[in-house]
Design a binder for this molecule. Structure first.
Ligand SMILES: NC(=O)C1=CN([C@@H]2O[C@H](COP(=O)(O)OP(=O)(O)OC[C@H]3O[C@@H](n4cnc5c(N)ncnc54)[C@H](O)[C@@H]3O)[C@@H](O)[C@H]2O)C=CC1
Ligand SMILES: CC(=O)C(=O)O
Ligand SMILES: [Mg+2]
Length: 611
């Protein structure tokens, strides 16, 4: 990007009718609305400052983007802990949203762990303790019956929302309204990875009570202290919320995230609203993509795959279902595909004849061929099944012990070992242990990032099997195609697209996922796959996209992605348009602060000094 290296005294490329008059007041070349925090940015040129009415309200020096980012990285460097870095970045997002996204886009690998897993886990655990600024919308059970009017308070147009009830935040359990860090973090990635306009994103956290006694006892906790509502109460609440959101924003895409039991809501809303569940479907897709590439390397055909899953919750079952769909595509019958999976939960291997009631979502993969044997521990199950694949979605850090990893290596040329639980403390094993105990044989991906490793003279790069590779493209695809729903085929298509998005040199290095630094390009490929699938399923409403070639569609997608490096061009265009008098000025909300909750006054206010 070209730096904006103007000095305070340099004149700028365009000159406003009143720009050089030190005493000019009431210039028509100003916006007739209050500046937003981003308008005070130090990279704004004088002309822009006058136009935005922030002249004199920021230091006179005019920064280049590079300088701004250098300063931010310097400040980050000074922060001692990751949670301090998280806080600094949150404040930056609130005060200069475009700078925040420039910084994030240019440093996605380094900064994602600070705004997302693992740091967001601690941020959620301490949300009420560290609370400093509004970020998102809270919908309380006490407001049932009035949700539409609460939603009305959100001051911006919305294209996409991420909703959590905080009841299963990463692998950290029920965190109540402290879970807000998750929708905020996911939506930051929507913007950084898929260029969804930050102003058009809405983080929502539902306050449906909590069963976490520590929170209830915590005087600083900012949610209600009532016990978690019943399943029936939750359903009624969600019915009202879905209707109210869609009433206000008819094209809104709604992503469910980190609910303890998300299956009933997915089943209930998936055909009626443009919604999907990230933990079941997004995770299923991202792991399928990595697995498709792992299969190419391991050479084990679908019919010979034996997958043991530690964890049979939303993510475990979601991933198993996507892999089963792939096995069916590879020629297996549904029953043969289903039989490739052995699920293990906190009570041991999931079987039809074990004691106690089996949750509905576990039935599909429940085994009936265990001859009355109940295998309680993962090691017992590994000995019994002799798996080719070991997936971890259990929230149990360290559950893939050295012994289990050694067994995987002894049984397989290239064992697939995916410890996918988040944050890092919950990962079923580290990359280092996986490499050490399988002697470098395993095909590895983890939910949270691990550092690269030197092993026998080779630099090994771990894959990150995290739904962040697909949900941005699923969301953008649904928005651009104006899909009436997000179908299973669209989710599957996102996985196929991701699996093909690797560059030849990435394939050459045996990577399972593309470099995270290329995420915006990858998201274009995923978005195109999702749109094509929506068209095939006839759930799209933007019919003109059907006539585009793939190249044309890619250009179309790119052109609609928010680019934080172009925000100043937008201001310049507004000024030029104003000078020429040929266009009306865009409302401030277009370039304002994404998370600013205070509604902007409309333009009835008279102009102030432009100096
Ligand atoms: N890498 C990624 O992109 C994603 C990772 N996840 C992670 O997966 C984990 C699970 O998420 P969900 O399935 O949504 O949670 P969940 O609460 O629905 O399921 C957890 C499962 O783990 C099982 N489990 C708990 N303790 C166990 C033990 N000692 N031994 C064996 N199994 C045990 C439970 O019985 C349950 O089946 C979380 O840590 C989450 O962060 C979730 C979604 C995406
Ligand atoms: C990544 C994610 O969605 C989770 O850990 O829940
Ligand atoms: Mg999640």
């Amino acid at each position: 990007m070209a730096p904006h290296a103007d000095s305070p005294n340099e004149s700028n490329t365009t000159s406003l009718p009143t720009a050089n008059s030190q005493h000019a007041h009431h210039s028509p070349a100003t916006r007739h609305v209050h500046p937003s925090p981003s308008d005070y940015g130090t990279a704004n040129k004088n002309e822009a400052r006058k136009y935005l009415r922030t002249y004199g309200l920021a230091p006179p020096g005019i920064d280049s983007y590079e300088n701004q980012m250098k300063r931010c990285l310097g400040i980050l460097e000074m922060k001692k802990t990751n949670i301090e870095k998280y806080q600094y970045l949150s404040v930056l997002r609130n005060t200069n949203v475009h700078l925040f996204y420039r910084l994030l886009s240019n440093n996605v690998k380094e900064l994602t762990p600070l705004i997302y897993t693992p740091t967001v886990g601690e941020a959620c655990q301490r949300w009420s303790e560290l609370y400093t600024q509004p970020e998102g919308l809270y919908l309380s059970f006490a407001d049932k019956g009035n949700l539409a009017s609460v939603i009305e308070n959100w001051p911006h147009e919305v294209e996409i929302t991420v909703v959590t009830d905080g009841s299963r935040i990463l692998g950290l359990g029920d965190l109540g309204i402290n879970g807000m860090g998750i929708p905020v973090g996911k939506l930051s990635l929507y913007t950084a990875c898929a260029g969804i306009n930050p102003l058009k994103t809405l983080p929502i956290t539902l306050d449906l009570g909590t069963n976490n006694q520590d929170l209830i006892n915590d005087p600083l906790y900012l949610g209600s202290r009532r016990p978690k509502v019943t399943a029936d109460e939750e359903r009624e609440f969600l019915d009202e919320m879905m209707a109210a959101l869609t009433e206000r924003w008819p094209s809104i895409v709604i992503q469910y995230e980190d609910f303890k039991n998300p299956f009933p809501s997915l089943e209930r809303y998936k055909d009626t609203y443009t919604m999907f569940n990230d933990d079941i479907q997004g995770t299923g897709a991202v792991i399928l993509a990595g697995f498709i590439n792992a299969v190419k390397q391991s050479g084990v055909p679908a019919k010979d795959q034996r997958a043991v899953f530690l964890g049979a919750g939303s993510a475990g079952v979601g991933v198993a279902k996507q892999l089963a769909a792939f096995f069916i595509n590879e020629g297996l019958t549904e029953d043969e595909a289903r039989k490739c999976f052995w699920l293990v939960d906190s009570k041991g291997m999931v079987t039809n004849d074990r004691e106690g009631e089996l949750a509905d979502h576990k039935r599909y993969f429940s085994r009936d061929d265990n001859n009355g044997e109940q295998y309680k521990t993962l090691e017992e199950v590994v000995d019994y099944v002799k798996p080719t694949i070991l997936m971890g979605l259990s929230t149990i850090g360290g559950a893939f012990t050295p012994q289990i990893l050694e067994k995987m290596a002894a049984m397989n040329e290239r064992p697939v070992v995916f410890p996918l639980s988040n944050p890092s403390s919950k990962s079923e094993c580290t990359f280092e242990d996986a490499i050490k105990y399988t002697k470098g044989k395993c095909l590895f991906a983890s939910g949270s990032p691990f550092p690269t490793l030197d092993f026998e003279g080779q630099k090994l790069v771990p894959g990150q099997g995290n739904n962040m590779y697909v949900f941005p493209g699923i969301g953008l695809g649904a928005i651009l195609s104006k899909s009436v729903s997000v179908t299973q085929a669209m989710i599957y298509a996102s996985a196929e697209a991701l699996s093909t998005s690797l560059l030849p040199e990435e394939v050459e290095k045996n990577w399972l996922y593309p470099a995270i630094e290329r995420i915006r390009d990858v998201s274009v490929v995923v978005t195109r796959g999702v749109i094509r699938s929506a068209q095939a399923e006839k759930v799209d409403r933007e019919l003109a996209l059907r006539n585009m070639t793939d190249d044309q569609l890619d250009d179309y997608i790119r052109a609609r992605m928010y680019d934080p490096f172009k925000e100043h061009d937008k201001i310049t265009n507004e000024i030029n348009a104003l000078i020429k008098g040929i266009a009306s000025v865009e409302p401030q909300a277009e370039i304002g602060n994404a998370r600013e909750l205070k509604a902007q006054p409309n333009s009835t206010e008279g102009p102030r000094s432009n100096l």
